[in-house]
Structure formats: structure tokens, C-alpha cells
Design a protein around this ligand. Structure first.
Ligand code: ME8
Length: 577
């Protein structure tokens, strides 16, 4: 391969790539959305954190589909690099066999938890190798990669180069003094070798410009600020290859078989491979959104945008960052023996139960602690008692013997407030009416827990509504009472229809059972079908008078505590916050 001299940084080209990324939302007139998770290392089995990222991305993907977007959702596995090579060696397997086995475990986990990815990528696939080789060649021909030498600290666990200020002293389990990464705690080694360097330093001001002009590019805000802070410091060029003699398990540098492409450059390009790079990525690449954990922010918010700018490609629309799950207040780790097995726990709590808990309790800004007890209490309170109880009440034959979506009576619940409804009922109607707008805002900003908090508060209000009017005490021989009873049930079913529709991205199976029971057809479950309580607001209600759907049993069965005791029912218990 020919060496290229230092090109003067082609500012105009990069600036136009920047502009392109800024105006991408205007360019893409169609309603398209592309969301990705990190691709996961196959050196160990999937754990709860991996499932969490996948479930967040799945929720955003399903949310966009609900809104009528065409959406693509990619996940997969990161299979090259030294740490995979070492893990395969330790398992006594050839690397590809080893990768295939672990990759299948990730795929099985995601499929079993209703993670509805449209693309599953493995970096050992031929289509990916082509994309990486092409990407490398573009950077090379622009003079952005040069042959140099790297000397410094390297963490194989993180597959990351570190500055001296990022390294500290620690003792390994045998009491020996070692150097570790201050951020991850993983061991680092001193490395000195000839390899290829990427001109990362030339991109500092462009990256700052991108972040300042796009305050929503990295969310939440605290991570945006963290990236800005990093960019205040020195940004040295980045080593983007390893000597083949040290790392065989990876894609060789085009034209130089003595070098292997750095695993992070290789891995990041997966997002382009999925959408058909280098030939037909444009349509989807304009609407790319990444979901990542906070541990890989630097790679996604500094290296990746710099590579993309260098290659003349638009930048991702949003990098959604989430924090970590801890167990017993500590990072999950094999050595501490506190790794939560997502297979085991989603069997214990059901797939939707697990999804609901992760999205209801997971907060993007701060780490959250996972405990068995918390999961149990939350699911029993909010899914079994509150939501399940509400459905049960207004569909039970005792209260709804005709098994229909009964009629709404505007004399019982008039707009002039002179009927049987009380002030709190009007307040509930207004709150539920605005719920979709509230939920939309929170789903869009990946604050799913806030969306669920709002839905849960409405479910509680609706339970309060039923409780307040005790419809089971009304006299079925009195026509006024019957009209009021029907109105109470109609309104409650309307509320449940809204909750079921809005919950689809989070708990697809439960929502399906709920909407099926209400008699809502599959083509009536989208964003545009959310018209709430038409009969009160002066439009039609196509559900009025319809028979209810089939009864598929309990919406969510109460979970037993570890001691086997059933928890008390909702009457004696306040729902968890
Ligand atoms: O970093 N809580 O892969 P990885 C929440 N292959 N999420 C967690 C978590 C926790 N405790 N632990 C891990 C890699 N995650 C690279 C990515 S992308 C081009 C290459 C999630 O297997 C979170 O999303 O180490 C984190 O960023 C990711 O798993 C790291 O997965």
C-alpha cells in the first residue's frame, strides 16, 4: 500500500458533511427511522445490561412503527479483537465456532424477549468485511490514515488506548501491583508497535462545532456535557491497527496483510454495513439513532463522528446514552458472582414483566440497582393489581353481563358538569386525553420511565374513578342507573384502550392481550387510532356497542415472593412508585 503524505485537512469537505448531517431531518421527507444497539462482545454470555440496551432500542423502534414510520432496528455481535481471540483460546475452540455459539445465545435471548430487530449483524460476515475495507480505503485515500507508531497504555478488556492520566495503580487478586484504567478498572499494558494512525487530532474543532450546534446530538444532557469536556483536552491521533503477529482475529488492513484493523473501527462500521454501505446506505443513514451504554460514549461521540466526517458521511441524529444496572450497589462482574442472567430472570418474571421493570425503573442519567424484590413488588403492583385489576373490573360478567363496549350517555357525563360525574372525573378525562402527548414527549427523549410513570398514574386515577362510583351498587332496574353504569364502563374501557395502545412498545404481549379483550382489532392500534372518548368530545366512537373480545385469562398473574407467599391484594396496598 502506498503511503500518503499529510493532506491539509479538507475542511470544506468535512464541513459539508457536517451540514449534511444537520439538515438530514429536512432531507428525509419520508417517515423513516433507523435505530441500533451496540453490537455486543461474544467473549461472555449475555447479561441483563445487554438485554436492557436491546429493550430500549426495541421500544423506540416499536414506538416509531406505532406512529406510522418505516423503521429499521439493528443489533448483533462484535466478534473480532484480542479479547475474543483470547476467550476462544481459553475455551479451546476455533474463534469462528466460538463466536457463532455465543452470538446465537444473544440472538435467542433477544428473540425470546420480543426484541423485534429487523437486522442482526455479525462482524465476521463477509458483507461487513467489504464495508470495513471500503471505509478504510476512503479514509486512506483522503490522507487521514498514515503509518506511524504507537506507544502507550492499552486495555484489552476495553479494547481501548489510554492517556497516562487515565491510568492508575491497583492490586490484582494475587496482590501484585498492576496498572488499571481509572474508568473501567480493567488492567492495562504498555504497548509499543508500528501501526496505522488516524488523524483524530484534526477533527477536534469540527466535533466541538457539531456538538455546540446540535445540543440534542448526545442525550441526556449530562453526557453531552461530558463529551464537550473531553474535547477541551488534548485529542491525539488514534492508532487504528495492530500488528498481525499480535492480533490475527480481525480484518487485515487493505494492502498490508501485516496489520489488522483496530476492532473499534471495525465494529463501528457495522451501523453502516446494516444499511447497505457502500452502495445503498443513504436513505437510512440519514436517520440513524444509536442507543449505547455510558461506558462506550467516547467511541461513539468522538471516534465515530470523526471517522464519519473523514469519510464524508452524515453524523448520527442522536446518540442515546443510558446508565448502568448495578447489583447490590456494585458493577456486575463474574468475579463478584453478581451477574444477572437475563434468561433465568425473564423466565421468572415473564418476558414482558422483565421489559416493564427495566424500562420503568431504568433511568438514563443515573445507575440503577437491580433487586429481585423490587421487580416483584413493581410488577405485582402495577401490572397485576392496578392494570390487570382495572381490566378485570370492567370486563367481569358480574359488572358487564352483556360483554360489550357499552354506550356513553352524555346526560350522565355532560360537558356542562350537571350530571352524575364529579370534578375529579372531569380532571381524569382531561389527564387521559393529554396522556398521548405526554407519552410521546418521553418516548422521543428515551425517558421511557417517565412515560410509564404517567401511564401508571392514569391507571391509578381510573381505578379511583371506579372505586368512587361503586358501579356494582347501581340498580339495574333503574334506567338512569343503567345509563350511568354503562357510561362508567365505557369511559373505563376507553381509558384502557389508550393505555393498551401506548404500552405496546414496552409490553407487546400484555398490550395485545388487553386490546384483544377490549375487541380492538390489530389495525385499530396505532397512534392515529388514539382518539379518546369521542362520544364526550363530540365525535364518533366506533367501539360503542361492540362485543368484547375473547377472554385470554389474567392480564398478568401475580408473582410469588421468594418465600412462596402471595402478596396482599391491591386493596390493602398502594402501588409502587
Ligand atoms: O462495548 N447496565 O460491547 P459489550 C446497562 N462491542 N447496560 C450495560 C451494562 C450494565 N451493567 N453492561 C453492559 C462493547 N451494558 C462493544 C460495542 S458498538 C460498535 C461495540 C450494555 O459487550 C451497554 O449498552 O461490552 C454497553 O454499552 C454495552 O452493553 C457494552 O457491551
Amino acid at each position: 500500500m502506498m503511503q500518503r503524505g499529510v493532506l491539509s485537512a479538507d475542511q470544506r469537505l468535512w464541513s459539508s458533511a457536517l451540514k449534511c448531517s444537520r439538515s438530514s431531518s429536512q432531507l428525509c421527507k419520508e417517515k423513516c427511522f433507523y435505530i441500533t444497539t451496540p453490537i455486543f462482545y461474544v467473549n461472555a454470555a449475555p447479561h441483563l445490561g445487554h438485554l436492557y440496551s436491546a429493550v430500549i432500542a426495541d421500544c423506540l423502534h416499536r414506538w416509531k412503527l406505532l406512529q406510522g414510520f418505516e423503521s429499521r432496528f439493528a443489533t448483533g455481535t462484535d466478534e473480532h479483537g484480542l479479547k475474543i481471540q483470547q476467550a476462544a483460546d481459553a475455551a479451546g475452540k476455533d474463534p469462528l465456532t466460538f463466536c457463532t455459539e455465543v452470538s446465537q445465545r444473544f440472538e435467542t435471548l433477544f428473540s425470546s424477549c420480543s426484541v423485534s430487530f429487523t437486522d442482526y449483524i455479525r462482524t465476521t460476515e463477509q458483507r461487513h468485511r467489504r464495508a470495513v475495507e471500503h471505509f478504510w480505503s476512503v479514509l486512506w485515500h483522503k490522507g487521514l490514515i498514515y503509518k506511524g507508531s504507537y506507544e502507550g497504555w492499552y486495555s484489552t478488556q476495553d479494547e481501548s488506548f489510554l492517556m497516562p492520566s487515565q491510568v492508575g495503580d491497583a492490586l490484582d487478586p494475587s496482590g501484585k501491583e498492576v496498572k488499571v484504567s481509572l474508568e473501567s478498572g480493567h488492567k492495562v499494558e504498555w504497548m509499543k508497535e508500528e501501526n496505522y494512525m488516524f488523524r483524530l487530532s484534526s477533527f477536534r474543532s469540527l466535533l466541538l462545532d457539531w456538538l455546540v450546534k446540535n445540543p440534542g446530538a448526545v442525550q441526556p444532557e449530562r453526557f453531552h456535557q461530558a463529551v464537550l469536556q473531553w474535547l477541551q483536552e488534548d485529542l491525539p491521533d488514534l492508532s487504528v491497527s495492530r500488528q498481525r503477529s499480535r492480533l490475527q482475529w480481525g480484518i487485515p488492513v487493505p494492502g498490508d496483510p501485516e496489520q489488522t484493523i483496530y476492532v473499534w473501527l471495525d465494529a463501528l462500521v457495522n451501523y453502516l454495513t446494516v444499511v447497505g454501505y457502500p452502495e445503498k446506505h443513504e436513505r437510512w443513514w440519514h436517520v440513524a439513532h444509536h442507543v449505547i451504554g455510558k461506558d462506550i460514549l467516547k467511541f461513539h461521540a468522538i471516534y465515530w463522528p470523526a471517522f464519519l466526517l473523514g469519510a464524508g458521511l452524515p453524523l448520527p441524529q442522536v446518540i442515546h446514552v443510558h446508565s448502568h444496572w448495578t447489583v447490590g450497589g456494585r458493577k456486575m462482574s463474574k468475579s463478584l458472582g453478581n451477574v444477572v442472567d437475563p434468561f433465568e430472570h425473564s423466565q421468572m418474571f415473564t418476558n414482558d414483566g422483565m421489559r416493564y421493570f427495566l424500562l420503568r425503573q431504568g433511568v438514563p442519567d443515573t445507575d440503577c440497582d437491580y433487586t429481585h424484590d423490587k421487580v416483584l413488588k413493581l410488577l405485582n403492583a402495577e401490572l397485576a393489581d392496578s392494570l390487570g385489576g382495572l381490566l378485570n373490573r370492567c370486563t367481569a360478567p358480574a359488572l358487564n353481563p352483556a360483554q360489550v363496549y357499552p354506550a356513553f350517555c352524555s346526560h350522565s357525563f355532560p360537558r356542562d358538569r350537571r350530571g352524575r360525574a364529579v370534578e375529579e372525573d372531569y380532571h381524569m378525562v382531561e389527564t387521559v386525553r393529554s396522556l398521548s402527548t405526554v407519552v410521546e414527549k418521553h418516548y422521543e427523549s428515551m425517558h421511557v420511565y417517565k412515560a410509564l410513570e404517567a401511564i401508571s398514574a392514569c391507571v391509578r386515577q381510573t381505578n379511583g374513578f371506579i372505586q368512587r362510583h361503586t358501579p356494582w351498587k347501581l340498580d339495574r332496574r333503574d334506567s338512569k342507573d343503567v345509563r350511568w353504569l354503562d357510561t362508567i364502563i365505557h369511559l373505563t374501557l376507553e381509558c384502557l384502550r389508550v393505555y393498551g395502545t401506548l404500552l405496546q412498545p414496552v409490553v407487546p404481549e400484555i398490550s395485545d392481550r388487553l386490546l384483544t379483550r377490549l375487541g380492538v382489532q390489530s389495525q385499530e392500534r396505532s397512534w392515529k387510532d388514539l382518539d379518546f372518548l369521542g362520544r364526550y368530545f363530540g365525535t364518533d366512537c366506533s367501539f360503542e356497542g361492540r362485543p368484547l373480545g375473547s377472554n385470554c385469562g389474567l392480564l398478568f398473574s401475580r408473582l410469588e415472593t421468594q418465600s412462596g407467599d402471595k402478596q396482599k391484594t391491591m386493596k390493602s396496598k398502594k402501588p409502587a412508585q
